[in-house]
Design a protein around this ligand. Structure first.
Ligand code: PMT
Length: 221
């Protein structure tokens, strides 16, 4: 096998959480640390790819040789991806993007009132990976699926519904893997097959997944 199977390939990744603002000091978010996506960016660069990493707010250093674009909200991530996607050969969506955002962002800090309940109305965010996969001349598109049950069923459903070439599913109900841990395990699905990538550090796991992505990409291009 070639040492640099992604030489000459432009690969874009999303990583980390998004923050959906409620008011000047509050937001809705999740526990993604960015570790999985940053490890994938490093692995892709090591395989020779020209890597662009669109990242939500995380506390991680940019891997060597990787171009990084920082964003906060899902809408900003969507904009950054769409601005640069035209020239990309491969797109990997590892970010934990908020499906919904507060419908309005209060201009001033929301005040506590006498009422015991507060209702926040949410609206749907753009589905970044689905939109990329629907582009004419779309890049080879890899999604993730974070599931707490029926992992294969929901992952295969996302693979076909979002029109992806590949999906990496993690069971985020298991302790010590998934969100904000150093280790993870993935089951990867593509239309004609699957692969198990067993529990390992995210750096090692990312090397395995990126090698598999390079293999499948090079088979079809
Ligand atoms: O960051 P770490 O702490 O290392 O944790 C890694 C991880 C658990 C976050 C990662 O392995 C992972 O599973 N990422 C995807 C999390 C997620 O949001 O999954 P989902 O099943 O909700 O989304 C499915 C796919 O659609 C994902 O590729 C997601 O990036 C994408 N998506 C979702 C919503 C949206 N509005 N736009 C999207 O592109």
């Amino acid at each position: 096998p070639k040492m640099q199977p992604l030489a000459g390939i432009k690969l874009m990744l999303t990583a980390g959480p998004t923050r959906e603002p409620l008011d000047p000091v509050r937001f809705l978010s999740n526990h993604s640390s960015g570790k999985m996506g940053f490890a994938l960016a490093a692995a892709a660069a090591a395989l020779g790819a020209e890597v662009t990493l669109v990242s939500g707010p995380v506390a991680l250093a940019t891997p060597a040789g990787v171009t990084r674009i920082d964003v906060e909200s899902a809408r900003q991530m969507h904009q950054a991806v769409m601005r640069h996607i035209g020239s990309q050969h491969i797109f990997v969506a590892c970010a934990a993007v908020a499906d919904y955002a507060p419908r309005t962002v209060a201009e001033q800090k929301i005040k506590k009132t006498d009422s015991d309940t507060l209702v926040i109305e949410l609206t749907k965010n753009p589905d970044i990976v689905a939109e990329v996969a629907a582009l004419p001349g779309k890049p080879f598109t890899v999604g993730f699926a974070a599931e707490t049950r029926d992992v294969e069923k929901y992952a295969r459903d996302k693979l076909s519904r979002k029109g992806l070439d590949m999906i990496a599913a993690n069971d985020v109900s298991l302790a010590g893997q998934g969100f904000n841990s150093d280790d993870n395990a993935l089951t990867v699905f593509w239309p004609a097959g699957r692969a198990e990538l067993p529990l390992a550090g995210k750096t090692e796991l990312a090397r395995h997944l990126m090698t598999l992505i390079a293999e499948k990409y090079n088979e079809t291009h």
